[in-house]
Design a protein around this ligand. Structure first.
Ligand code: AMP
Length: 213
């Protein structure tokens, strides 16, 4: 199972990627999570990526492609992976194709999660993310059982630095300009599927599972 989740920030990619990874017993790979961890650790990668991530801009293609190339060659990816937040540009998608070609592999499914733009702002502004496992909750639509505590692992929920209104608006512009064209790219490639991203998390999950079988 090699699957890419497309969709704007706040469409639920991260949550669905986690659920799909568990169902199909493959790793969920989020470039955003990898970059946030690097920033937390203050590694060289983190230092290079920090200003872009905090401003809601994209980290350069070479850096993120390099990360993914290494990651998908690891043994736990032998049966596939769920990509969340990568690719985000046409160049990244082309490089991913070239890497998979060289490994005699290909993407099975690309699922685009569709959510109205005004809902995205609401979703992102009340979002709490777990420091430990990255799970996401929302004060109104998916409240954790205990305020500020992750239901999955008991970790602390925090508001991501880039989930403030100004940066969210920037991320949506970047999505429209850089990432949305990927829909056409994968439509032409013949593996684009579209799922409505609204409703309960379980409903969206069921829609995706129905698409991919
Ligand atoms: P995400 O957690 O997917 O919303 O990503 C958070 C931030 O990490 C983005 O706003 C970008 O700054 C950076 N980022 C994540 N994935 C990529 C990517 N594939 N290409 C460039 N930048 C990325």
């Amino acid at each position: 199972m090699k699957l890419i989740l497309l969709g704007p920030p706040g469409s639920g990619k991260g949550t669905q990627a986690r659920m799909l990874a568990e169902k199909y017993s493959v790793p969920g790979i989020s470039t955003g999570d990898i970059l946030r961890q690097a920033i937390e650790e203050n590694s060289d990668l983190g230092k290079r990526a920090q200003s872009c991530v905090e401003a809601g801009e994209l980290v350069d293609d070479e850096t993120v492609v390099g990360l993914i190339k290494e990651r998908i060659k690891e043994p736990d990816c032998a049966n596939g992976f769920i990509l969340d937040g990568f690719p985000r540009t046409i160049v990244q998608a082309e490089k991913l194709n070239a890497t998979l070609d060289a490994m005699a592999q290909k993407i099975d499914f690309v699922v685009d999660l569709v959510v109205d733009e005004e809902d995205l702002l609401i979703r992102l502004s009340g979002r709490g993310t777990c420091r430990d496992c990255g799970a996401m909750f929302h004060e109104k639509t998916r409240a954790p059982k205990k305020t500020g505590v992750c239901d999955n692992c008991g970790g602390e929920l925090y508001q991501r630095q880039d989930d403030n209104e100004e940066t969210v608006l920037k991320r949506l512009v970047v999505y429209r300009e850089e990432t949305a064209p990927l829909k056409e790219f994968y439509r032409k490639q013949g593996n684009l599927q579209t799922a409505r991203g609204f409703g309960a998390v379980e409903e969206v999950f069921a829609r995706i599972c129905a698409l991919i079988g």
